[in-house]
Design a protein around this ligand. Structure first.
Ligand code: ADP
Ligand code: MG
Length: 357
């Protein structure tokens, strides 16, 4: 889904490369933390994924496309499949919550009917029902970030990139936002979150890729931050542990609901945005959403376990929760405006974005 092949990035006028020979591969459905100190290259990685920049050396392959081969004209269509959120929210200050979320859809020419249906859905998902008419300055920081997340996912992207999304938020609100990102991931969206905050990473027990000076020094599935003794903590351990346990319990509950519910039919939609093609990424089974034992949260302060993790793809043990039904009710998808949702039916030549390389 996202592959960095020997990627180096040098910015003009700088001696030291921002990224050096970076290699990693993110499978569909994964939740990946990109961690490292300020200046370690996290944002540079995200900008390469979003094709805001191109590598100096190596290849970045996203959704089956070498991003360098995308023509300028194709870039906007490519980006429809990728939502992004940032530390500073980037909301339009003069527009209401509804208008901020609707804006994404209006820019890509979605129908009025689709906007009227999708925006409330996205706002409900992020827990902002009833706040449609507020202006950004009338919201808390956490609520503003929820608007930004709703805006990022309203078009049902396959990938959600979050660059320090909790950087401006207090610890409790940060946990809420993390819980929301985990929920979105549980619905099948691949999530890459850059952060320098150790606490969340330890507690979430998800894959961690750590950068130091533009070099990957750790790529650990279900890993933590490693030795956290040198890192500042955000809140007393007990509070963090309790909050994170509550958050993860809610996530697990939601995963169960998704697995057994009609929600799954809708969550399959993004999968259909990419036409199947004989490409290794699509042949491999998608990484399933794995229900982490809640117990692991309460053990978050213990040393990171070093149990070798099986390669993704074979990680289909008993804890896995299938999130995509084998049969999707195509009639129901029609009813949801799938063609509109997926940017089809307008002849926007989006069809080439997909695992074709
Ligand atoms: P992080 O997001 O981990 O803080 P960045 O990717 O923003 O790291 O930055 C990595 C390195 O690249 C830093 O040394 C930074 O100063 C440098 N850098 C980032 N963007 C630019 C740019 N546009 N021009 C020059 N140097 C940059
Ligand atoms: Mg950054």
């Amino acid at each position: 889904m996202i592959r960095f092949e020997n990627v180096s990035k040098r910015y003009r006028g700088t001696n030291k490369p921002a990224l050096s020979e970076v290699e990693f591969d993110v499978q569909r459905g994964e939740f990946v933390f990109l961690v490292g100190a300020s200046g370690s290259g996290k944002s540079s990685c995200l900008r390469l994924i979003l094709r805001e920049d191109t590598p100096s050396e190596g290849r970045v392959v996203v959704l089956g496309r070498d991003v360098r081969t995308l023509t300028t004209r194709k870039v906007p269509y490519f980006r429809r499949h990728i939502g992004s959120v940032f530390q500073d929210f980037r909301l339009l200050p003069g527009k209401t919550v509804f208008q901020n979320v609707a804006f994404t859809l209006q820019v890509i020419g979605s129908s009025r009917a689709f906007v009227q249906q999708s925006v409330p859905e996205a706002l409900a998902l992020v827990g902002l029902e009833g706040k449609e008419k507020r202006l950004p300055h009338e919201l808390s920081g956490g609520e503003q970030q929820r608007v930004a997340i709703a805006r990022a996912i309203v078009n049902r992207p396959q990938i959600l990139l979050a660059d320090e999304p909790t950087g401006n938020l207090d610890p409790a609100t940060s946990i809420d936002i993390m819980q929301l990102l985990a929920r979105i991931n549980a619905g099948g969206t691949t999530v890459v979150m850059a952060t320098h905050e150790a606490a969340f990473v330890d507690q979430m027990q998800r894959r961690v890729i750590e950068l130091r000076g533009g070099v990957i020094v750790r790529d650990e599935r279900h890993g933590g931050y490693g030795d956290t003794s040198q890192l500042p903590t955000l809140a007393p351990e007990t509070v963090k542990g309790a909050a994170a346990t509550a958050a993860l319990t809610a996530v697990l509950e939601l995963q169960k609901q998704i697995a057994s519910h009609e929600l799954a039919a809708e969550d399959a939609l993004p999968e259909r945005a990419v036409p199947p093609a004989p490409q290794p990424e699509t042949v491999l089974p998608a990484v399933p959403v794995v229900a982490e034992p809640v117990a692991s949260v309460s053990e978050a302060s213990s040393p990171v376990h070093s149990t070798p993790t099986p390669p993704s793809g074979s990680d289909t043990g008993t804890r896995s929760v299938p999130i995509v039904p084998t049969e999707v009710d195509l009639g129901a998808i029609e009813g949801l405006g799938a063609a509109d949702r997926l940017g089809l039916g307008r002849g926007d030549d989006d069809d080439e974005v997909g695992p074709t390389v």
